[in-house]
Design a protein around this ligand. Structure first.
Ligand code: FAD
Length: 460
């Protein structure tokens, strides 16, 4: 990047909001994935007009710009594959408005997910997507990745809550999409086009979310199963029983083993453990739903069914077990790839079996956790990246994994996105016509290919 360009950037954001120091650039070379590429500079804009001026400069001088939230992407979405400028939105972090009458929250992109949830709580409202990274990831990142979480089966994902956006386009123009109405079919749905677009077609500078009243009562239970088939059948039966759990999470044997080795939770090391949560407005309603779920657990040969005692923190302990999974798996080996896939719910047992077979075939450890209620699984591949043979086995296993996903009618990613990690598999899911349309859209918005270039397989 030319010195004159760096000076122009300082003019736009101020000297204190610009960096090209090596230590900062090394930090910005990574997100939470295994990918690494160093940028040439980074800026922290605080206003939309600054973002617009930066994009105008980038279009004129033709340097890459990578929008960035908290950098928690697990698929290489936020790393600057072609160098250029990191546009860190973290200082645009104001909750602009919480409007309970209209069920809306208007925020800047750098607001942390958990901060919005905290601000909504006194009003008895919540923002449901609930990614496991919610204490650190930003709402701009959540929109750009269409983040989801443990409440997906009942409450959907981020896309179900985005009503309107302010977006700065690659040429610097400012676009307003959507409206503050709960319903609108006015023109093409440009809002949804930006949800999950991974920072490739515009920089999100303001978001209007729909928010939900928070059901005050929850109930939690866990069950263990000695076979994948029993656990899988229980998942299916719950999901067509008429009850929609607010969460239905699974943890497999290898994950339980890893959790036990690194915590004092002493979980039973069974083939599959399920944790279910129901929510509602009265205890009766919530317990009625949970009773149905526990009956289904028992009918499908659960070896243990335990209803958590909320008053003794039992539910919190169960969620700690589930949520500690990534942390403890990171200790298994030097490198970790948190995979992300989704299959139709009825195919969950077959997918789990295939993952277990791949682990044996390639002699790898692949503990798996997942959102069983919406078929979204996270096989976690741990390996030693300094060993070329292990790296080769991981690559071969990944290819076979995603072929199986597509064969089962699944999708390459339920919530983490394509980024750099899934580019080699895009052709498995998307035919040439859909790739052609996606590339045309990218060219329409970003003819000079300056915004987060090299992602999503749009250049092939
Ligand atoms: C421990 C852990 C647990 C996780 N659990 C979940 C989970 O349960 N569910 C889930 O969905 N994800 C999960 N993730 C992945 C990640 O947290 C999400 O993808 C999250 O939405 C990324 O937010 P971020 O602020 O970190 O964005 P970043 O990682 O900084 O960026 C992600 C993408 O969004 C783009 N982007 C960011 N801000 C903007 C903006 N303002 N305008 C345009 N583009 C932008 C970037 O260019 C990039 O392409 C997890 C990650 C970790 C490390």
């Amino acid at each position: 990047m030319e010195k004159t360009v760096k000076e122009a950037l300082k003019e736009i954001v101020g000297e204190e909001n610009f960096t090209d120091s090596l230590i900062d650039l090394i930090a910005y070379a990574k997100d939470a994935s295994e990918h690494q590429h160093r940028p040439e500079a980074a800026v922290w804009p605080i206003r939309t007009d600054q973002v617009s001026a930066i994009m105008k400069l980038a279009t004129r001088e033709e340097f890459p710009v990578i929008p960035r939230g908290a950098g928690t992407s697990l698929a290489g979405l936020a790393v600057p594959e072609k160098g250029g400028l990191i546009l860190d939105l973290g200082r645009m972090d104001r909750i602009i408005d919480i409007n309970i009458e209209d069920r809306l929250a208007v925020v800047q992109p750098g607001v942390i997910y958990a901060e919005l949830d905290r601000a909504l709580s006194p009003h008895g409202f919540f923002f449901p997507p609930d990614p496991a990274s919610g204490s650190v990831c930003t709402l701009g990142g959540n929109v750009a990745t269409n983040a989801g979480g443990i409440k997906g089966a009942k409450y959907g994902t981020t896309k179900d809550y985005v009503l309107a956006l302010e977006v700065v386009l690659p040429d610097g123009r400012i676009l307003h999409t959507g409206s503050k109405c709960m319903k609108s079919v006015s023109g093409y749905d440009l809002t949804k086009l930006f949800v999950g677009s991974e920072g490739t077609i515009g920089v999100i500078t303001e978001i209007t979310f729909k928010i939900n009243p928070k059901p005050p009562v929850t109930s939690t239970a866990m069950a263990t199963f000695e076979t994948l088939e029993d656990g899988g059948q229980a998942i299916s039966e719950i999901m067509y029983s008429g009850i929609i759990p607010s969460a239905l999470e699974l943890v497999d044997r290898q994950s339980l083993k890893a959790i036990n080795e690194n915590t004092d939770l002493q979980l039973p090391e069974v083939e599959i453990m399920l944790v279910a949560e129901t929510d509602g407005y009265t205890k009766e309603e919530t317990e009625f739903q949970m009773k149905t779920i526990m009956e289904i657990f028992r009918k499908n040969n659960a070896t243990m069914v335990k209803h958590a005692d909320e008053s003794k923190g039992g539910a919190a302990a169960l969620w700690t077990a589930r949520k500690s999974a990534y942390g403890v798996m990171a200790r298994i080996n030097n490198n970790l790839i948190v995979e992300d896939l989704a299959v139709p719910m009825s195919k969950v047992p077959e997918m789990l079996r295939a993952i277990s077979d791949l682990a044996k075939k390639y002699d790898l450890q692949i503990p798996t956790v997942g959102h069983a209620g919406d078929g979204n699984l996270h096989p976690v591949v741990s390996f030693d990246g300094t060993d070329p043979d292990q790296v080769r086995r991981v690559e071969e296993a990944s290819e076979e994994l995603f072929k199986k996903v597509i064969e089962l009618g699944g999708t390459l990613t339920g919530e983490h996105g394509i980024g750099l990690a899934k580019i080699p598999f895009m052709h498995l899911e998307h035919d040439e016509t859909s790739m052609d349309i996606m590339r045309s859209l990218k060219r329409l918005f970003d003819p000079k290919n300056i915004l987060n270039p090299g992602k999503m397989g749009l250049e092939a």
